[in-house]
Design a protein around this ligand. Structure first.
Ligand code: A2P
Length: 345
């Protein structure tokens, strides 16, 4: 039996959402209500820019408070989605005040003593959080990929992964979604447009550049997928990635090529994935049925299709993996971690 991280509270827990006015924060509030997380009090926090505005939780409006002047002493769990700088400064302050922080940014993910958790994949690593109380939510693209890799890797060890992503604009926040909508409208109307959030026009385009470029030629988003996958699966897997932004509002898609250490075929992979928790296989070429971001948006599952043997190389497979990047890729995964913290099984 695993002891709960937090003592049982019949009346529920005090939950803070840091970045409550953002695209992920808003979905965190929605999912907490949807899954009937035992909340005694909810505290939405953001920067001074939006302090005083309101957000909705469970049919009621709550006033957003300024993170900078907030005292976290009564908070049990804080869900952070306010960027890496905010997490670097405030997550330790919240943790020192005694609450558990689940941070959606990249700030803490690769720290040796911080758990990087996808509950269906590596829940055992959560035990690290008993000491420092900071838990990292992986990158959205990493989460859906490791969800698909784990059941296969458990059956036959994976040696190498080559992934290309097709990432929705919601992953870059609320302003990014506005930018795609406005550029699309302006271009169709023959009017001028500009780009503030993305490095190039995103409407009617694809951009092979997410986050900053590193000295090794990869982008930081690509390096996150590489490093986080190896940490979560605790395996010396060779991973390489190309991450691409596409003009889709919700739902990241990934083309994944996997090479195993021993034989693995598409039929076995399809069966293993169909049985895995949190995964839905949609893979019927005769019916032209495969996962699409338009259908994955708003759902909780990781959708897998186009499962086929890679005929160019031994022990290799192709997968097409799609998930709602704001839900399983961020807010849902964080709430699932919070559920683990209070579970007593
Ligand atoms: P704010 O509304 O005050 O800017 P998104 O990723 O959709 O852009 O959302 C980012 C979220 O993080 C917003 O809720 C934003 O609040 C919040 N945020 C950004 N910077 C800070 C900060 N320095 N302190 C607190 N919250 C912040």
């Amino acid at each position: 039996m695993m002891h709960a991280f937090l003592p049982e509270k019949k009346q529920g827990y005090c939950v803070a959402v840091v970045g409550a006015t953002g695209a992920v924060g808003e979905t965190m509030l929605e999912i907490l209500a949807e899954r009937a997380f035992p909340v005694a009090s909810i505290i939405p926090l953001a920067s001074s820019r939006s302090a005083g505005s309101t957000v909705e939780f469970s049919g009621r409006d709550y006033v957003v408070q300024d993170l900078a002047s907030f005292d976290p002493k009564n908070v049990d769990i804080a869900l952070f989605s306010a960027g890496a700088d905010t997490a670097l400064t405030y997550a330790p302050r919240f943790a020192e005040a005694g609450c558990y922080v689940i941070d959606n940014s990249s700030a803490w993910r690769m720290h040796d003593d911080v758990a990087l958790v996808v509950p269906e994949v590596n829940p055992e690593s959560l035990k690290m959080a008993r000491k420092n109380r900071i838990i990292a939510n992986p990158n959205c693209s990493t989460i859906q990929m490791v969800m698909a890799l784990k059941p296969l890797h458990d059956a036959v060890p994976i040696k190498r992964v080559v992934v290309s992503t097709y990432q929705a604009v919601s992953g870059a926040g609320r302003e990014a979604m506005t930018e795609l909508a406005e550029q699309t409208r302006n271009l169709l109307a023959g009017q001028a447009y500009d780009n503030q959030v993305f490095p190039a026009r995103i409407a009617f385009n694809v951009i092979p550049h997410i986050d900053v470029f590193l000295d090794n030629g990869y982008t930081k988003e690509e390096q996150k997928m590489i490093d986080e996958t190896r940490k979560i699966l605790a395996a010396d897997i060779a991973v390489t990635a190309t991450t691409v932004r596409v003009p889709v509002f919700y739902g990241h898609s990934e083309s994944i090529n996997i090479t195993f250490a021993a034989p693995m075929d598409a039929e076995t992979a399809r069966m293993l994935l169909a049985e895995a928790e949190g995964i839905c296989v949609v893979d019927d070429p005769s019916g032209e049925d495969y996962p699409l971001p338009s259908e994955a948006a708003g759902t909780d599952a990781v959708w897998v299709g186009r499962i086929r043997n890679d005929n160019s190389f031994k022990n290799s497979l192709h997968l097409w993996v799609v998930a709602d990047n704001v839900r399983k890729g961020a807010a849902l995964n964080a709430v699932q971690i919070a559920e683990f913290l209070i579970s007593r099984s």
